[in-house]
Design a protein around this ligand. Structure first.
Ligand code: G3I
Length: 350
């Protein structure tokens, strides 16, 4: 089915479904399963006590990523003191609902504790600290966390490696070391490099390609690239470019995932904006479904009640598939219809 016809199909699906379908008991997770991909979301672990939220998570998603619960400052707030309270709660929730867990994130330039960033550690000390952190965390969840975002956001907008706390402190090989340490601690876990703004074509996408190709050349145990997909109606890659990018990464032997999709809208969001949002979600899901090596599609949050967008982008919101009251939005129906279709035409995916 050509791209243009697909887009038109998505647009018409959006236009007709919003009013008619009551929310089906079986969420999209079962449709995604039939279509051959995982359907995921970031989870605000502190909100798991919100019963309607937890029910929606369990009904709709079969893959969860902790929004903040496994980040360095949360897991190791003091040197050598590890706090797995939130991380354990997420893994237990996932296991109770037959969901896969994607660990996020072992090496990142943000949410680092003060004891670390103000410790003035030598390169060897930082290596020892990072190794202990990675191996303690990965070993704890060996066999329970299916995949890890080992590293994130290490490439700049110009496609060159970004200067980060870790590259300054350890040197450019911190990424390769991190992947090797994670692999040592759980050889079965799927290890991923995750970034934003390089999902389609362009300097950053080429920079990420060069980075992961180099890791592969040096036999670093990297399995996948995560395409975050934090977009808006006026700032999003072309779906065709995303598909082509996924294909070239597949040619390197790498799987891909859409890991953190959200489509922020200027508030108040109009019906037309919600329809355009639905078309964009549909187009990116379709890009993933068109590439067998694209293994999962995740949004960065399930409902607009728990979204990072309004705090970081005042005036923007309504970025997710469900509104703040857990009601499905046109984007949800667009995704649902595409997965139903993909499931029927499963021949397309291995
Ligand atoms: O936990 C503290 C709380 O104790 C304190 O009272 C409160 C007020 O300052 O802050 C809380 O920490 C906040 C944390 O989220 C947990 O809610 C941090 O201030 C806030 O900066 C942090 O924001 C997170 C952000 O990453 C940090 O950069 C967002 O929730 C999270 O959605 C966002 O996620 C990232 C991915 O990890 C990587 N890709 C991009 C994505 C969006 O930036």
């Amino acid at each position: 089915m050509s791209w243009r016809i697909t887009m038109m199909a998505i647009a018409s699906a959006v236009a007709c479904t919003t009013a008619t379908f009551a929310l089906a008991a079986d969420g999209v997770r079962s449709l995604a399963h039939t279509a051959g991909i995982h359907f995921g979301t970031a989870v605000n672990v502190e909100a798991l006590g919100d019963a309607p939220y937890s029910r929606l998570l369990a009904r709709e998603f079969d893959l969860v990523t902790p929004e903040n619960a496994m980040k360095f400052s949360v897991i190791q707030p003091e040197r050598g003191r590890f706090d797995f309270t939130q991380a354990d709660a997420l893994v237990a929730f996932a296991e109770a609902h037959a969901m896969q867990v994607n660990g996020h994130v072992l090496v990142w330039d943000q949410q680092l504790p003060d004891w670390l960033t103000q410790g003035h550690f030598s390169s060897d000390e930082l290596k020892a600290i990072l190794r202990e952190h990675i191996q303690t965390v990965v070993a704890r969840y060996r066999g329970r966390v299916a995949s890890w975002d080992v590293a994130a956001e290490a490439v700049g907008e110009d496609g060159k490696p970004r200067e980060t706390f870790w590259s300054r402190g350890i040197g450019p090989d911190y990424l390769a070391l991190a992947f090797r340490w994670a692999h040592e601690s759980d050889p079965q876990a799927r290890l991923r490099y995750n970034d934003y703004g390089g999902e389609g074509a362009g300097a950053k996408s080429d920079g990420i390609y060069t980075l992961v190709a180099d890791l592969r050349t040096h036999r670093v145990p990297i399995d996948a690239v995560g395409l975050q997909m934090h977009v808006s109606l006026n700032d999003a890659p072309r779906a065709e470019d995303v598909r082509i990018n996924m294909k070239r990464l597949a040619a390197l032997g790498l799987q891909t995932d859409i890991t953190e999709m959200d489509v922020m809208l200027s508030m108040p969001a109009s019906r037309a904006a919600l329809r355009k949002q639905a078309v964009l979600y549909g187009a990116m899901l379709q890009a993933c479904l068109a590439v067998p090596q694209c293994r999962s599609f995740s949004t960065w949050g399930a409902t607009d009640r728990y979204s990072w967008i309004p705090e970081f982008f005042p005036g923007q919101d309504a970025a997710l598939l469900f509104d703040a009251d857990g009601r499905a939005k046109p984007a949800y129906y667009s995704v649902r219809r595409l997965l139903q279709h993909a499931g029927r035409g499963k021949a397309g995916r291995p």
